[in-house]
Every structure is written in C-alpha cells, then in structure tokens.
Design a protein around this ligand. Sequence first.
Ligand SMILES: NC(=O)c1ccc[n+]([C@@H]2O[C@H](COP(=O)([O-])OP(=O)(O)OC[C@H]3O[C@@H](n4cnc5c(N)ncnc54)[C@H](OP(=O)(O)O)[C@@H]3O)[C@@H](O)[C@H]2O)c1
Length: 273
Amino acid sequence: MEKQIRLADGRYIPALGMGSWHLAQGRHPISQELAALKRGLELNMSLIDTAEVYGNGESEILVGKAIARQRDDVFLVSKIAPNNAGNLESIKNACIQSLSRLGTDYLDLYLLHWRAGIRQLDLLVESFEQLKREGLIRAWGVSNFGVRDMEELLETPNGHACAINQISYSLFDRAAEHRLIPWSQQHGIPVMAYSPLGSSSQFTEESVLERIAQKYAVAPSAIAINWSMRNGMTTAIPESGTPAHIEENARALTIELDEQDLALLNRSYPLLS
Ligand SMILES: NC(=O)c1ccc[n+]([C@@H]2O[C@H](COP(=O)([O-])OP(=O)(O)OC[C@H]3O[C@@H](n4cnc5c(N)ncnc54)[C@H](OP(=O)(O)O)[C@@H]3O)[C@@H](O)[C@H]2O)c1
C-alpha cells in the first residue's frame, strides 16, 4: 500500500514525491526527464512539486506532459512567487497560468513559495480560500516559513487551513529540528522536505550512507530520503531527471531504518547548534 502523510485538514498525501526545480532546463535530455517523472509515478512517488518560477514555467509544462492522461492519480503541487501574491486578482491570474501550463483545471496544493515582501498574511489567506471555493485549488500552504511566520499565520483568520509548510530538511541541513519541526508536530501541520539529498549528487561519496545502504541493498539516496521522512509527518520531494536515479530513490519507500542506523547517522550528521 502507498505510504501516506496526514494533512492538517485530515486528507492524506503521498509520503514520497518528486521535485522539478532544475527540470526542463537542459541538464538532461527532456525525453529522459519526462521518462524519469513517469517512472516515479509508476513507483508510487505520486506527488509532484513544481513552481511557476522553475525554468520560467518550463518545469510546469514538462510536469503537465508527465501527468497527462493520469491527472487524477497524481497529487500536484505548485507554488506562487511572492511578487505575484499581492492581491486576489494577481494570485488568481498566476494560478490560472500555472494550471494552463500544467494542462489541468485544479491543483491539489498551492503554496506561497517564500514570504519576502508579504507583510499582511490575511489577504493571501483569503485569496487562497477564494481559489478553493472556485475549485482551482484543493488546499493551500506555505514554504520557507519559520516559527514566527507560522505563528502569525495561525493568528490570521482561516490561517489554520494551512495544509503544510515546505522547507529545507535533510541529513545535510537539520536546522529545522531546533524549533520548526517540533512546533509543526505540536500544531499538527506536516512538513514537506525539499532538497532531501542536499541539492546535489555529491552525497553518494558519503561512506556512512554507503555502509547503511549496503545493509538494505539500496542506493545511498534511499537512506538519505528515508531518514528525512522517518517521523511519519514529513513528505520528501527528491528531484531527479534520470529514470535510474528515480528507481533508486523510490526504494526509500521500501525500507525502515532501525535504531542502530539512526544513531550512526546522528553521529555522522549531527544536529549543529
Ligand atoms: N520551496 C523551495 O524554496 C524549494 C527550494 C529547493 C527545492 N525545492 C523543491 O525540492 C526539490 C528537490 O530539491 P533539490 O532539487 O534542491 O535537491 P535534491 O532533491 O536534494 O537533489 C537533487 C540532486 O540530486 C541528484 N540525484 C537525485 N537522485 C539521485 C540518486 N539516486 N543518485 C545520485 N544523485 C541523485 C540529482 O541529479 P540527477 O537529476 O542527475 O539525478 C540532483 O543533482 C526541487 O526540485 C523543488 O521541487 C523547493
């Protein structure tokens, strides 16, 4: 059965998804990236994260091709940039343009990509709620919000409808464990871990990861990804433009790290003060 994470509104989303920040920008042949996304969907990585700013919309167009003819089997996430989030008209306009590039008429989740420049959150929340009422999005959330931002959000009318906070979280960046993750758990708001491989393929050189990976007969990436999802309240969105890497990453769904593995990883990747 597909592993899932419970959202604050009681709905469930896939525990493992795929990112798309660098896709459709010439890093790999486009046909290979399309095949990678489709392979991930076959392997139960049925959440795809994209954003209007990724490749100036090219990432959304590629994702649209990957989900064509299987839209309802995919949990689709896109993000609005703060410069488009100033009022309802521009928020709705940005959303409609994302939908058009993605070739769909709804998003499962729409996130504010980062907060910069947005002082009052009430207009943003009210606009997201309006998009929900119009059926353009099914849920909304935020990204790169710290504890203070989240507290302010919960004080905003309807702010409690925030489904998730997408943040940087990995073995290589554990800062969120200090305050944000405990706060999120306490308030029942799940986290979506971006850059779970540290935003690079260099992690394959890490010997501890390699050692634990051998124990489970998986690639080191599966260990790093599984670690970021280990608390049952975090979904992870590793990105890859190659089907072989996607297959390695999907194995994160098939393993469970034991106490000994976790202790070893904790020693090698300590939580820095
Ligand atoms: N909200 C935000 O501000 C924000 C910020 C950053 C990222 N994100 C989201 O999170 C997603 C993931 O983050 P990310 O792209 O920064 O980093 P990531 O997923 O941690 O790492 C991606 C890198 O790892 C490589 N890789 C993937 N699987 C691999 C494997 N099995 N073996 C070896 N290398 C592998 C990829 O190369 P290949 O393509 O060659 O596999 C790529 O270079 C993004 O695509 C985006 O959707 C959101």
